[in-house]
Design a protein around this ligand. Structure first.
Ligand SMILES: [Fe+2]
Length: 360
């Protein structure tokens, strides 16, 4: 038995208003005057001076606004990298992502592809990256995905929705400022928070579970229950705690895996472009058989926050389209092995998955 030796985020700052220290954090990392810092910022912040006026810009530094309407694509990463290479004489001093899972993953992927040849689709998988990435910083503005702490960056490519999982993927620096999440719309807060909740359930009920994952998963799970089921927290406390729940949920799956909800949600994402948080909710709502207690609690949370999930999104799909989703879901073998065990192929058939998708 050989154990995995994982890197972690090297530096992290936590606290309300810690975003103000970004200039001090970045300045020692500036390579020289012609090697810029590139900031990828969620375009919901365009024109929002409260946030953008605090982005520390000098020399050739640049802010690039990106939409999080759609999740990142390999082609998008390749073109962002190409633009940077064409525009600047040398590699950037750093890539900074300010946003949710989509923007954080863009920052991670761009920083990797600036130092690795070829196309990003060729690096989707496990441990395919050869060279260290450019220095990269993650600053979440919504909590739950765990993208700030994970060893992957999830991309949709021509053939699959799969992450670039590598030792070079984790951020060199993360800024956890819960104040940045204060204006997240309620629906999104719920969907993204539930991504964290689902990470806990899938990790804690998986066959890969170990004391490392369990300690993080249990903490994140209890924080989620406090945030989504109790009325004891102020808005600030709730923001602070959800940011830490996201971190712990992400750490929990680092040393185990996600499970059934993520496998099926990737299928929905690949075929229909359903975003990860809401996709997980749509799927998880139908997984009583796999996670009875977790799903029961999820339904209580949904009720308490008056969340209406989309229904019938697979109602009009063709056989071929079902097959595409099933192919994507089944290809994620580690997820199934974690969820069901080594012999997962005995119970997880194409028919099983088709029946589940047809409920959604
Ligand atoms: Fe997730």
């Amino acid at each position: 038995m050989s154990y995995k030796n994982f890197p972690m985020v090297s530096k992290v700052i936590f606290g309300r208003g810690s975003f103000n220290q970004l200039g001090d954090i970045l300045s020692p990392k500036r390579l020289n005057a012609t090697a810029p810092f590139i900031f990828f910022v969620d375009d919901v912040f365009k024109g929002n001076a409260w946030l953008t006026s605090r982005i520390p810009l000098s020399y050739d530094d640049k802010v690039i606004y990106v939409s999080a309407e759609q999740e990142p694509k390999t082609s998008q990463i390749d073109s962002l990298v190409e633009d940077i290479i064409v525009k600047y004489k040398e590699l950037p001093s750093g890539i900074i992502g300010i946003g949710g899972g989509t923007v954080l993953d863009i920052a991670k992927a761009v920083s990797i592809m600036l130092t690795n040849n070829g196309e990003s689709k060729d690096y989707q998988g496990w441990d395919l990256v050869k060279n260290p990435a450019v220095y990269h910083v993650g600053i979440p503005t919504i909590s739950g995905t765990g993208a700030e702490v994970s060893r992957t960056t999830i991309l949709t490519g021509p053939e699959r929705k799969l992450g670039i999982n590598s030792d070079y993927t984790p951020f060199d620096q993360v800024v956890l400022d819960p104040e940045l999440t204060k204006d997240v719309p309620k629906d999104q807060w719920f969907y993204t928070g539930m991504d964290c909740y689902v990470h806990c359930i899938e990790s804690l009920n998986g066959t890969y579970l170990n004391a490392f994952s369990k300690s993080y998963g249990e903490k994140a799970y209890s924080l989620c229950k406090e945030i989504f089921l109790e009325d004891s927290l102020t808005a600030e406390e709730s923001q602070d705690k959800l940011m830490m729940a996201s971190w712990h949920g992400g750490m929990s799956i680092a040393y185990s895996q996600v499970g059934v909800a993520h496998a099926l949600s990737y299928g929905l994402g690949y075929l229909l472009g359903v975003k990860h948080g809401i996709g997980n909710c749509i799927v998880f709502d139908h997984l009583e058989e796999y996670y009875p207690k977790g799903v029961a609690l999820f339904k209580q949370m949904k009720e308490k926050h008056n969340i209406q999930l989309p229904q019938g999104i697979c109602a009009k799909l063709s056989d071929k389209e079902f097959d595409t989703m099933i192919d994507v879901a089944l290809s994620l073998e580690p997820l199934w092995e974690n969820a069901i065990g080594k012999n997962w192929k005995k119970t997880i058939t194409r028919d099983t998955l088709r029946a589940l998708y047809q409920k959604m």
